[in-house]
Design a protein around this ligand. Sequence first.
Ligand code: SAH
Length: 394
Amino acid sequence: MEFAKISLKPGKEQSLLRLHPWVFSGAVDKIDRNIEEGEVVEVYDFKNNFLGVGYFQIGSIAVRMIAFDKVVPDVAFWTKKIQDALAVREAAGLTSNPDTNAWRLVYAEGDGMPGLIIDMYDGTAVLQIHTVGMYIIKDTICQALENVLGSRLKAIYNKSEGTIPFKSRIDPENGFLKGKTEINVASENGLRFYVDLDKGQKTGFFIDQRENRVLLEKYSKDRNILNLFCYTGGFSLYALRGGASLVHSVDSSERAIELTKKNVALNFPEDARHQAYAEDAFKFLDKSKNKYDLIVLDPPAFAKHLNVIPNALKGYRKLNAKAIQNIKPGGIIFTFSCSQVISRDAFRKTVFSAAAKAGRYVRILHQMEQPADHPVNIYHPESEYLKGLVLFVE
Ligand code: SAH
């Protein structure tokens, strides 16, 4: 098959030569024929040297690269890519641990597969596709997944309804592409969680906090713990298992609070130490002076675009300042930002200014990050997004 050819303007080949997988629309000089969004293209520099293969997209990123050599992206190509991604999870000890069957198999650019996320929940693969180029080959991806996982794959669920750009020609519907599972319960370090495939946020559960929850468990004994932005109650379960005196979970969404209660009941039935509140986290903090000795702050991404960074930083500052002001002396704060456009350094400076505003003495005990199944492609620093600090407040 002949692929369309895209030629870049002089100098615009540099980022591809450094294996960065994006071509911005401003870098494109010409395309040799009319193409539709999602089509596979070959990319060339201004002297007609071949640079790689990607797929075309409408918007500020014109091409997302899938290879830097001449390839045909068929089932064999994607099978190899997914096999390579699986090898990383195997190396990280994630694929054959009966206590943890929720892990990310494919993390988009982090695994050289732009636009594609695949999370595994006890053998059910949940696909979350972000681009037309990936969406139109989803049957090929399913075949590749079957090739790689064989009998370990129980079902495939497509959860791309909210993630494909709404202006595109694709109108995805959530649903099973292969097999079917009724009630989905997954395990993380021996704790069990309902996974709401259809209505849950992301692919149903926040897998990326797995290791940070383990760290929280170690700090939980005999502490009064406030888990703000709890969603499905991940941190709350670890706090309960770690021996917390009490755990209060807060989320503004009623649905999230219902999920948290269900998950607590699944693991710690009738445990009177836990209470859940559907309330605004900022307001809840205002009435929490000296009540808690451990607070978790894991808000949604306050900034999704570069132009809202200043406001987002204000939001993080306000939230962290309130927590630092109100926590008991000797308290611990687990504070996170999952905004990809806010750097680790900017987040730390913001927490510093929150501490200064609160006027309390603060030490950083740990610096947290995303786990190995959300790998950072060294040529694509944008794959790094989750950062967190464990603070000790005097
Ligand atoms: N900590 C969770 C993930 C948090 S996702 C985990 O470990 O799984 C962010 C959550 O913040 C969402 O559930 C959303 O409903 C909630 N949220 C957003 N704004 C909020 C607010 N102002 N107050 C409380 N919760 C909020």
